[in-house]
Each structure stands twice: as C-alpha cells, then as structure tokens.
Design a protein around this ligand. Structure first.
Ligand code: 4NP
Length: 155
C-alpha cells in the first residue's frame, strides 16, 4: 500500500496544486501518492489557476492536468498525512476530524521549515503576479524537507 499525502488550501487552484506537483516530484511514485483538495467548493472540477500552471512550467513541472476537488471527511481515512497551507485551512480541516488520530494527521506545511511557528503560505489569488514565484519557492523548500522525512520514515 502506498503512503498517501494530501495537500490542502482554500480554493485548490493556486497553492495546493503546486504543493501536490512539487511534493510528488520529490518522492518515488511506487511508494507514495500525492493529491490535493480545497476546503472551499468554488473550483470543483476546474484546472489550476493559469499563474500556478505557468510558474510550475517554469520549473519543469506540469500541473495542468489536475482538477479541483473539495476536502471531505473521508479524506481522513484515505490519507496518512494532510498538509495545509495556512492557519485557516488548519482550523477548517481539524474541525471536521472525528478523533485525535485524525487531528494528528494534519500539519501546517511550513512547520517543516519553521517548526512550531505556524507560518502561513500566503494566498496569492488576489496578490501581485510575483506572489506565485514566492510561494513556489516556499513550497519547494518545505517539500524538500517533507520528502526527506517521509522517505526516511517509510524506507
Ligand atoms: P488557493 O487560492 O486557496 O491557493 O487555491 C484561492 C483561490 C481562489 C479563491 C480563494 C483562494 N477564491 O476565493 O475563489
């Protein structure tokens, strides 16, 4: 059984599709599966934001085939690890957990870089165009650490 990891943001069109593509690129496919979801429902079935697709392409990552979906309580059973992009996502996801085991699956993605600091990946949707480059780099650094930890833990 592969280890399953879910990346979560609000819309599932900007941050978590990038996080999914970046983390998947750093993990062996035979052992790990990475998916993403949004806590909101606006973008179900939609492709990632053009700006996320473009910044991923710049770094040779193709995320254009992903489709938006909404986080659901069944994801707590499907996934071994759930990484959220910001504190609001954390509260929204943890609120749906039914027990401590499910709550403990949820981690802020940047705590891999800044332990216990609870730093947000800022939502780039309404921000400046270079926001996508900034969050790409944040997620790339965070996913380097996460991938190394996961590979070490599940070898
Ligand atoms: P994301 O960004 O959570 O990184 O996918 C957003 C995209 C769209 C909206 C909010 C956040 N929206 O309100 O439509």
């Amino acid at each position: 059984m592969p280890i399953k990891i879910l990346m979560v943001c609000l819309g599932n069109i900007c941050r978590s599709p990038l996080a999914e593509g970046i983390l998947a690129s750093k993990l062996p496919k035979n052992k790990f599966q990475v998916d993403s979801a949004g806590t909101g429902s606006w973008h179900i079935g939609r492709s990632p934001d053009d700006r996320s697709i473009a910044v991923a392409k710049k770094y040779n990552l193709d995320i254009s085939e992903q489709k938006g979906r909404q986080f659901s309580t069944s994801d707590f059973n499907t996934f071994d690890y759930i990484f959220v992009m910001d504190n609001t996502n954390y509260d929204d996801v943890v609120q749906l957990a039914q027990n401590q085991e499910q709550r403990e699956k949820v981690h802020l993605v940047l705590n891999s870089l800044f332990p216990n600091e609870n730093v947000d990946v800022p939502d780039p949707y309404f921000g400046l165009p270079n926001g996508f480059e900034i969050i790409y780099n944040m997620l790339d650094n965070a996913c380097d650490v996460i991938a190394k930890e996961l590979i070490a833990k599940h070898q």
